[in-house]
Write a protein that binds this ligand. Structure first.
Ligand SMILES: [Zn+2]
Length: 535
């Protein structure tokens, strides 16, 4: 038996009275126990703050691991700048078959300044994905290897768009399912199982290094799941607990879609009892994103367009009911206020008791009406949010598509986290990595200050009235995220029975003299403990 007492710490506990702090923590064989332990080995934390290990309530493991190797375009301000980074990478990776880049964002270049021809100076296929992973730009060599006709004769795939210029020729831009299924699907097929396995291991190392010991993987599919299963079998554990949400795609025939729900059920049964890898639910992507006008809105975009929901309400309700009957949790991606409304209505058909028992959740909720928030709060629907997506440095185009930063819905209903809290909805914080950076403390900085973590000099704040109090934000990134992913009996708090997984932080975020000083941008996770041992 290994007995450890951590003394002289400030162990954060969320309580109805606010944050309270325990000075010591007793650990027996890696698990937290109540009361003092006789004969325990003592570890002095030097008066520092300790937070339960973080849970990323919404991330994507395999894409995260793969993105760690891509050329990062963050900070580029022109086409020349982008080409410079791609060229530099090409020179250091001469044997790579293609160049993969990430984090392109609207406004980095003038809209018409960059198309496939701009990237044709590079001697191999080039793929640039947008930061939100909903579109990509391909050069001519990349289009050719995908067998997409540059003259524009290839039809758009269902749910996707091959963007064409005024003459009908392909520009190289691929949107929504043209990106996700055609481009990302093709690249997936070029990747060997060994490469994917390495990517997942890299993702685990990066997440653990940042202070996470559990994640929700919000778009799990067969290949990544098979790799995770064999990793767990070989190692007897995984470095980070994974709770998977099986991707249920919209198919013209609803019965075909529902088959994926049955598959999720089969895997849920098979993995039951595993601490490290379980299928807990399904993921339904009900709309796109605001940046490319593919999120479904109650009132149209500035240009008069709107997007049809990917899952119309009747089908969404049928899928949600089927999953719920089978004991699966539903996670519904809903960004626009129409999609959020539909998600609330579909879940409402189950009633509060089942919603709370299964912890059905809505992902993103970037725009929501006050009435829908009241309803989701009273139903106990979990709101799964990614503050990194509300970083004011990223929102120029977002606001623009919705009618400008002064449009009513932008000023009054964007990223309404505080409203969710006050309506009584459980909140779970995540990052949606790799669509956004995953370090937990900058994410909490945005949640609590609504200021930018990307550009700390920026004065703009995103709907500051919806900032979360620090205690609520830390709780949502630990206990709240753990609950949303069904791991709160294993981690997320300092409750007896939980694994002693926690982070020691180098600055006391809660001390009164640090209030209002943007300490979350300065603070670092100094040390992570897993089962009471430093990692
Ligand atoms: Zn996601």
């Amino acid at each position: 038996m290994v007995l450890t007492t951590f003394t002289n710490g400030r162990f954060f506990v969320d309580s109805p009275q606010g944050g309270i702090f325990l000075s010591s923590l007793s650990v027996r064989d890696g698990k937290i126990v109540d009361g003092p332990l006789q004969g325990a080995h003592e570890v002095d934390l030097g008066g520092r703050l300790a937070l339960p290990a973080f849970v990323d309530a919404h991330c994507h493991l395999l894409p995260l691991g793969e993105s760690l190797d891509k050329v990062d375009l963050t900070g580029c301000t022109s086409l020349a700048h982008i080409l410079q980074r791609l060229e530099a990478h090409n020179q250091t990776h001469p044997d790579a078959v293609r160049i993969l880049a990430k984090n392109w964002i609207q406004g980095m270049t003038e809209p018409r300044e960059i198309d496939r021809a701009s990237l044709d100076t590079l001697d191999k296929p080039v793929y640039i994905e947008s930061y939100d992973l909903h579109s990509s730009l391909l050069n001519s060599a990349a289009l050719a290897e995908l067998a997409i006709d540059a003259d524009g004769r290839t039809p758009d795939p269902p749910g996707g768009k091959i963007v064409r210029d005024a003459d009908g020729r392909a520009t190289g831009w691929m949107q929504e399912l043209a990106h996700l299924n055609v481009v990302a699907g093709f690249l997936q097929k070029q990747t060997t199982t060994e490469e994917k396995r390495r990517a997942i291991e890299n993702a685990f190392a990066a997440l653990l290094g940042a202070g996470y010991t559990a994640v929700g993987d919000l778009l799990m599919e067969e290949d990544a799941f098979a790799i995770l299963t064999s990793l767990e079998q070989e190692q007897g554990r995984l470095p980070v607990r994974v709770r998977a949400y099986w991707h249920v795609e919209p198919k013209p025939d609803l019965a075909e879609s529902l088959k994926a729900i049955d598959r999720a059920k089969e895997l849920q049964e098979r993995r039951k009892g595993s601490e490290y890898l379980q299928v807990v639910g399904i993921k339904l992507v009900s709309d796109g994103v605001i940046d490319s006008c593919t999120a479904s809105l109650l009132a149209p975009y500035r240009d008069g367009s709107n997007a049809e929901p990917i899952w119309p309400l009747d089908r969404l309700t049928a899928a949600v009911q089927r999953a719920d009957e089978l004991g699966l949790q539903c996670a519904i991606h809903a960004i626009g206020d129409l999609s959020v409304h539909n998600a609330v209505e579909a879940l409402a058909s189950l009633g509060r008791e089942r919603i709370v028992a299964r912890r059905h959740r809505i992902e993103h909720l970037e725009l929501s009406t006050a009435a829908d928030v009241q309803k989701l709060g009273s139903l106990g629907i979990t709101t799964s949010v990614q503050p990194v997506h509300a970083d004011p440095a990223l929102l120029d185009n977002w606001y623009n598509q919705l009618g400008g930063p002064h449009a009513d819905r932008c000023c009054n209903r964007a990223f309404a986290y505080r409203d969710f809290l006050e309506a009584g909805a459980p909140i779970a914080i995540g990052t949606d990595a790799p669509t956004a950076p995953f370090p937990p403390l900058p994410n909490l900085h945005i949640a609590t200050t609504r200021r930018s973590a990307r550009d700390p000099q920026l004065d703009t704040r995103t709907t500051p009235q919806f900032a979360l109090p620090l205690v609520a934000a830390v709780a949502a990134a630990t206990q709240g995220a753990a609950r949303a992913c069904h791991v709160e009996h294993l981690q997320g708090s300092f409750a007896a029975g939980c694994s002693a997984d926690f982070n020691v932080v180098d600055i006391d975020l809660f001390s009164p003299e640090n209030e209002g000083k943007q300490m979350l941008l300065k603070a670092k996770v100094a040390q992570t403990f897993v089962q009471g041992k430093p990692v």
